[in-house]
Design a protein around this ligand. Sequence first.
Ligand code: GLU
Length: 464
Amino acid sequence: MTVTRFAPSPTGYLHIGGLRTALYSYLWAKKNEGKFLLRIEDTDLKRNSKEAAEAIEAAFKWCNFAHDGAVIYQSKRFDLYKEYVQKLLDEGKAYYCYMSREELDAMREAQQAKKERPRYDGTYRDFTGTPPEGIAPVVRIKAPQNGEKIEFTDGIKGDLSFNVDDMLDDFIIARSDGTPTYNFVVAIDDSLMGLTDVIRGDDHLSNTPKQIVVYNALGLDIPKFYHVPMILNPQGKKLSKRDGATDVMEYKEMGYFPEALLNFLIRLGWSHGDQEIFSMEEMLEHFDPKDVNASASSYNAEKLLWINAQHMKVMPSARIIEDIKHFGMDISKHPKKEVIVDALRERAKTLKEFVEMAKPILEVTQSYDEKAVKKFLNEESIAALQAYHDSFKQATKMLESSEFEAFTKAFMEENDLKLKVLAQPLRIAMVGSAVSPSIYDTMCIIGHEGLGEHIERLLKTFNP
Ligand code: GLU
């Protein structure tokens, strides 16, 4: 059974880069009817890990995916890690190192003076003497030495080979206060949690050889690794807050659909032909981590906006009606709610824009946009609007967009008028500016009586 995981360090929010690796892990597990687990890497106890886990779960919930089983907190597993440290000590695969801070510093300086890579020199690797007094020892693992290689096949990057001389030494697995170190616990947890596939950012690639040393020393199974290249900003640097929001929940506040954000993220670094728009079902059907690009991808805010707009066009109206409540707009009881949604879904790229565009239609116009008035209201257009209003007062009550359209077109024809003369003045009357969706849909939403009142108000103001 495929088992994947998301293993964030507690930062208090879910980073969009994290959401992408979580998505990849989730999809790969679910596609294979496996499990997707959540582990909080909180060995640094200064952070509030419960809150961090809640933030992750809230973001998952918004994205409509969930992890399996209970959250695993590394901070609650110290006793277990200690057992493994002891096991390695007992088997002679790890040892106490009594080097003092000063000795370590002196060793490093001497290596640097000789232009060598700073590394632990193995002083206590085979030590059998009496330990120096007053030093609380660390525990170091015996790493392979002398030109050995650590090799593995990465699901994305292919065959990788690391020369231990270039990057490893007998690294610390337990600090002098007994707490275990990062790479040690990650390897133990990934193995004990039964992971088959570890999908994570390639900023962790240099940790993998160390973790493999731990797996091997403990005789644990090594999962398959997929190191996903980073998301960079358009300048090719690490994505930061300046490039756009990094907190997933900020995208909710900006009016994005979670479906669109996930669609955007899956495409950052993965493709399926030239398809751009994916539903969750399609992602599940097509995603395979082996198809993730081996090179970094670039964050593109315009693309996200475009993807969101595509999702808006096909989103069930009930969902839009529900989601705009978050932005303070409730149209669930409006008799023309479907017309509102369909008139605006073609124009609004985000839910926030949707609400901004809907507001002037749903609220009675309090003021008129000066520029629009200057540009479109003149003797000719006001006279035309007056005539339209006179004719409109005689008309039977209209309900549908098509009725408003038929009436208006007939009026134009009878009076030999072009829509150009009337369209913008009608918009100004209805929403206060020259910007609105289709005028007939706008009329329909405002309703027959409302439209009469709006035109009358404009005429009173500009043609008293
Ligand atoms: N805790 C690490 C992070 O937040 C991830 C470790 C891993 O995926 O192995 O970057």
